[in-house]
Ligand binder design. Structure first.
Ligand SMILES: NC(=O)c1ccc[n+]([C@@H]2O[C@H](COP(=O)([O-])OP(=O)(O)OC[C@H]3O[C@@H](n4cnc5c(N)ncnc54)[C@H](OP(=O)(O)O)[C@@H]3O)[C@@H](O)[C@H]2O)c1
Length: 341
């Protein structure tokens, strides 16, 4: 894997090919991740030289992910450690109580400028820092003209509270409209071996516009790490039970796909997650790949992917396996309706 630092868009912020996604360590993928485990997981990333930390206002009902990052940095010297990392935050999505649902809360998208400022400033307080190195609009809000949301982030940038600006979960139109109102340095979308919709028009647009592409779900929420098995059931406290990739025939075929990858990993002498992360990071136009983790062991294993070098035989075998499985629908990016402009 090419481990060189690369710039995020036209900003001064640079990131490595791998970043730590801090959603699962806030107990969001599944319950049962302790605060100690969360802090140790971030700490393991820092020890391994993975300094791109991806979080959001809504990662944890009460900012658990941001608080874990703060605590891990505090254990390593506080402000001196903070200056060595790239903290990517997001605003524009928050939790609201939802009686009758399990868990009894739901995520709400709100891209009103006042709300965005309040969330970004609360994130800074939780993180114990004066700036986010990268601040994304978490998702376009169909009820707010995206130029207004972009303008709010631009203002935060002008105040020095954010160094680079990104849009997450936006489609091509959303990206273009956002970029017309605020310099755009990065976009964040799902991308993995089987969910590659962004290759059609978003990746080419990003490359053309010099906008960084930060990929999420590289491990398909653990499936491509090879940890799932046939007949597996997820408790209701594990949010994966809701995703189509873990259900029915699609799930069986996804497991078949994973089996075809195992010999490739074995031949190179690497683990399955390392093979998958190395492949993802080397796809043209991908700036950084965010893997989630729930414990230090996973981080240490995934960090090894930086030493994994794919050869042409492996690339061909992976391409054949991907073609045989066929594409799997992923989350669709949000296109802001024309009426919101
Ligand atoms: N912008 C957005 O809207 C958005 C949406 C989704 C994700 N993201 C970002 O992207 C990051 C990555 O996505 P993700 O965390 O949902 O999914 P992911 O990276 O595809 O998968 C993470 C899961 O894989 C498992 N795993 C990781 N390393 C492993 C290893 N070496 N061996 C076995 N299992 C391993 C863990 O499962 P267990 O939990 O079972 O341990 C972990 O929760 C997020 O954390 C977040 O920062 C952003």
């Amino acid at each position: 894997m090419n481990t060189q630092l690369r710039p995020l868009g036209r900003s001064s912020v640079t990131v490595g090919p791998l970043g730590l996604g801090c959603w699962p360590l806030a107990g969001m993928t599944r319950e049962g991740v302790t605060r100690e485990a969360a802090i140790a997981t971030v700490g393991a990333a820092l020890e391994a030289g993975i300094t791109h930390l991806d979080t959001a206002y809504c990662y944890g009902a009460h900012g658990e992910s941001e608080l874990a990052i703060r605590a891990a940095l505090a254990e390593r010297g506080g402000s001196s450690a903070r200056d060595l990392v790239v903290i990517a935050g997001k605003c524009g999505v928050h939790w609201e109580p939802a009686p009758g649902l399990s868990p009894s809360r739901r995520l709400v998208v709100d891209g009103h400028p006042k709300r965005l400022r309040a969330e970004a400033e609360e994130s800074l307080t939780r993180l114990g820092t004066d700036r986010l190195d990268l601040l994304y609009l978490h998702s376009p809000d169909p009820n707010v003209p995206i130029e207004e949301s972009a303008g709010a982030l631009k203002q935060l940038q002008e105040e020095g509270k954010a160094l680079a600006i990104g849009l997450s979960n936006g489609g091509r139109t959303s990206l273009e409209r956002f970029a017309s109102a605020c310099p755009l340095d990065a976009c964040q979308l799902p991308f993995n071996m089987l969910q590659r919709e962004i290759e059609v028009d978003i990746l080419p647009w990003c490359r053309d516009q010099s906008v960084g592409l930060v990929a999420y779900w590289p491990l398909m929420k653990g499936l491509l790490a090879g940890k799932m098995h046939r007949g597996q059931t997820f408790p209701t406290t594990d949010s994966r039970h809701k995703y189509a990739i873990f259900q029915g025939e699609a799930y069986e075929r996804n497991l078949d796909f994973v089996e075809t990858l195992r010999p490739c990993a074995a031949r190179l002498g690497v683990s399955l997650p390392d093979l998958v992360l190395a492949w993802t990071a080397e796809q043209p136009g991908i700036t950084s790949v965010l893997f989630g983790a729930t414990n230090p062991r996973q981080v240490m294993e995934n960090a090894h992917a930086r030493r994994c070098v794919l050869d042409d035989d492996t690339r061909r075998a992976i391409a054949a396996a991907i073609q045989a499985r066929g594409p799997v629908p992923g989350r669709q990016p949000v296109e802001v309706p024309a009426s919101s402009g």
